[in-house]
Design a protein around this ligand. Structure first.
Ligand code: ATP
Ligand code: MN
Length: 463
């Protein structure tokens, strides 16, 4: 008899088939003469209902061990279920308990636990319905991302996690060092002597793989990165992690319009894929977490995103009949409240805002003809705010050098990046998607700490 996964049995198992499954007991119900246990192996939201008859050898002994959390292997025959709620159940004649879970001390007893409490048991929370659904959907999002790019001939490139580029300006950096912090070597002027450090210079955890992705796009035309990024931002929000995953495509011979088109097709593809492959999990989110999740997915897939320029956005915000906390003025960055007004109240769908003032955006974004704005774009999503940030990159050497200097950086430090403009430069563009923001958006989960298995946030690096 072969071991099978529960998702597959619930989908296509037939009465009279002999099967064995392994998993963890979710609940036990003792009735007269027999008992039900629900066994879950993580392959799907639903558990397999297992029937134990009291004529099973050692029935009473075994039943005592089958508490919530115990790990088991059950074997027997599938039968059509009389109860509603499941099509098929397993009538077992053989049961093996791998490990018991003491009901007095196992923290996940059958009741609703708050997400705050579940964060304190991060090593166990994946065994709940909610986190099971989150991490299956997270997996489906990752699969959809690779599928989208691979089908279009993009090369997946692996950019470094340790970097010496401290100039990207995307966020606060974590230092990487092998110096003895109790005895830091000093120069004559008492500065830290980085020549004694592992890399002979200051190094950091990467905040973005973009600059290196640009290098690779200049050889392979279309590439993407998908990996961890780090920001030591001390902002305790429901949308920021210190360690998060980012997807960054970079396309040679591509302008801002092509970038926006790709980003929109990309989000639509991921939503479609997840609805097709995780319908039960998505239904669960809609019922239990946020009852707009399915309507939102439908909206994303079937409607064109709104596209407006920053200048138009400012005009719309100035006309808005709501009182914003932060001022709206051409030249100031949009705050979260402004972003949310645009996509939640005004357009009621994702909005792509483009051509932001040059002075509030990064040096590598392409300067527009008016020299006031740059070819940048952000995709704003209801409830989440910025989910994607992208731009056409500055491909003109002289303009790029000027922009680097204007932001107080030294062109020499970016000699290799400038070389890309010296040798075979082309118009190119790309964007960054915060992977956890996407999973939040998809599932309706309110806190970003609950869409990554092991969240890293200020003062918290547990498990
Ligand atoms: P925000 O203003 O929301 O902090 P940002 O302008 O710093 O975003 P980018 O530097 O453009 O963001 O990063 C690209 C994407 O990475 C963002 O669109 C967002 O989806 C995601 N992102 C940025 N910072 C974080 C973070 N600390 N945790 C999780 N995702 C993040
Ligand atoms: Mn930020």
């Amino acid at each position: 008899m072969e071991n099978r996964r529960i998702a597959e049995i619930l989908r296509s198992g037939e009465p009279d088939e002999f099967v064995a499954v392994q998993g963890w007991v979710r609940t036990k119900r003792e009735l007269k003469g027999f008992s039900f246990i629900e066994v879950n192996d993580g392959s799907c939201l639903a558990s397999l209902q297992v029937v134990l008859n009291q004529d099973l050898p050692d029935y009473d002994d075994i039943l005592k061990k089958l508490n919530t959390g115990a790990s088991v292997e059950v074997a027997g025959v599938l039968v059509g279920s009389l109860g509603k709620g499941q099509r098929i159940e397993l009538k077992t004649d053989k049961i093996k308990v791998f490990g018991e879970a003491d009901p007095e001390t196992y923290p996940l007893q059958k009741k609703r636990h708050s997400f705050e409490f579940l964060r304190t048991i991060g090593h166990l929370r994946s065994r709940t319905n909610s986190f099971g659904a989150v991490f299956r959907v997270r997996n489906a999002c990752a699969t959809a991302i690779h599928q989208f790019f691979q089908e279009r001939g993009f090369l997946w490139v692996h950019t470094p996690i340790i970097t010496a580029n401290d100039c990207e300006g995307a966020g606060e950096l974590f230092s990487v060092t092998s110096l003895d912090l109790k005895n830091v070597p000093r120069t004559q002027t008492q500065a830290i002597d980085y020549s004694k450090d592992f890399f002979s210079k200051p190094t950091y955890l990467t905040v973005s793989g973009q600059l290196e992705a640009e290098v690779m796009a200049m050889a392979f035309t279309n590439v993407y990165t998908f990996g961890p990024t780090f920001r030591a931002e001390n902002s305790n929000t429901s949308r920021h992690l210190a360690e998060f995953w980012m997807v960054e495509p970079e396309m040679a011979f591509c302008d801002l319009k092509g970038d926006m088109d790709l980003a929109e097709a990309f989000l639509k593809h991921i939503f479609k894929y997840v609805l097709e492959t995780c319908p039960e999990d998505m239904e669960f989110f809609n019922q239990r977490i946020d009852n707009t999740v399915l309507a939102t997915a439908d909206n994303i897939i079937n409607n064109k995103f709104e596209r407006i320029t920053y200048t138009e956005a400012v005009k719309l915000l100035e006309k808005a009949d709501v009182q914003f906390e932060y001022p709206v003025n051409w030249g100031l960055d949009l705050q979260s409240e402004h972003e949310r007004y645009l996509c939640e109240q005004l357009f009621k769908k994702p909005v792509i805002v483009s051509n932001y003032p040059a002075q509030i955006k990064a040096f590598y974004m392409r300067l527009d003809e008016d020299e006031k704005t740059v070819s940048a774009m952000d995709i704003l999503a209801p409830k989440i705010g910025e989910i994607i940030g992208g731009s056409q990159r500055e491909e003109r050497l002289d303009v790029l050098e000027r922009r680097i200097q204007a932001q107080g950086m030294k062109p020499e430090d970016l000699w290799w990046y400038l070389d890309l403009r010296r040798f075979g430069t082309v118009p190119h563009a790309g964007f960054g998607l915060g992977f956890e923001r996407l999973v939040q958006f998809m599932t309706g989960m309110g806190n970003i700490r609950d869409v990554i298995p092991f969240p890293r946030t200020p003062e918290s690096a547990e498990f």
